[in-house]
Write a protein that binds this ligand. Structure first.
Ligand code: NAI
Length: 225
């Protein structure tokens, strides 16, 4: 049977369904109708049904979906039933925060090593993982079947490092530097910009003409290097 391409918009909504369903399941809710899910998530029931129909509908019967089943199925679609090995590249402030945050949680993503150019970091560990020189990256990635590289390095370094990674067996890059990376299609890229969300918040504060402190006392722009 020909496999149908699911739109990125639908894929982008799955993590939110997953989060809500996890909370519902954990609170002991066994079944949920699309109407009830729609009310909780503030999206239309028809949107929910359309999204789920991309995956065969998840067998809504009688009065709704089985919450645990739906949660697990969406998890499988997102690939969360697999463990993913990750390396951190750039063990500075953000990198350390990510390892400490994710490392303390039971997720399908495990940081197994960090890499940096700063020699002073090589004696240290973050969240129990070692920090190694960049020269060891290629052999480490190949020998350990690393799936994802997390880039928390300066913007000026990203294209060079990503180009290098494209020549390894790595499957994906989770990029935090403020550059929208585009790489050959065999390597998946997700660019993350936390400040996009902050700028959206700022828009919503100011859209009705209610102003905060005028921009300009500093740069007037968010800090993106
Ligand atoms: P930082 O200066 O604390 O850490 C950067 C680390 O990268 C340092 O340890 C440095 O030695 C290392 N590094 C530099 N060049 C390297 C290379 N070629 N290979 C390996 N390691 C290298 O910086 P911070 O605050 O942790 O920020 C890291 C990056 O994340 C920056 O590009 C920053 O703009 C970005 N950032 C992005 C956010 C987002 O929402 N996407 C939020 C915060 C920071």
């Amino acid at each position: 049977m020909e496999e149908r391409e699911i739109s990125q918009a639908v894929i982008g909504r799955l993590p939110r369904y997953y989060r809500y369903l996890r909370d519902l399941k954990d609170s002991g809710k066994e079944r949920i109708s699309s109407q009830e899910l729609s009310r909780i998530m503030k999206v239309t029931a028809s949107q929910i049904r359309q999204d789920f129909n991309n995956f065969g509908g998840f067998g809504q019967q009688g009065y709704g979906y089985n919450t645990k089943y739906l949660y697990e199925e969406i998890g499988k679609i997102l690939g969360l039933d697999h463990q993913h090995k990750m390396v951190l590249i750039g063990a500075g402030n953000l990198g350390q925060a990510l390892v400490n945050y994710l490392g303390n949680r039971q997720t399908s993503f495990d940081f197994i090593c960090a890499f940096d150019i700063n020699r002073q970091l090589y004696e240290q560990t973050i969240g129990g993982i070692p920090i190694r020189p960049m020269e060891e990256l290629q052999s480490f990635v190949d020998e350990n079947e690393v799936d994802i590289a997390v880039l928390t390095i300066p913007k000026s370094e990203v294209h060079r490092v990503a180009g290098f990674l494209a020549g390894t067996k790595i499957r994906a890059i989770w990029n935090f530097a403020h550059v929208d990376l585009e790489l050959p299609s065999h390597i998946q890229v997700e660019n993350v910009h936390l400040q996009d969300s902050l700028m959206k918040l700022s828009y919503n504060i100011h859209k009705n003409g209610v102003s905060g402190s005028p921009a300009g006392s500093r740069s007037g722009e968010p800090a993106v290097d």
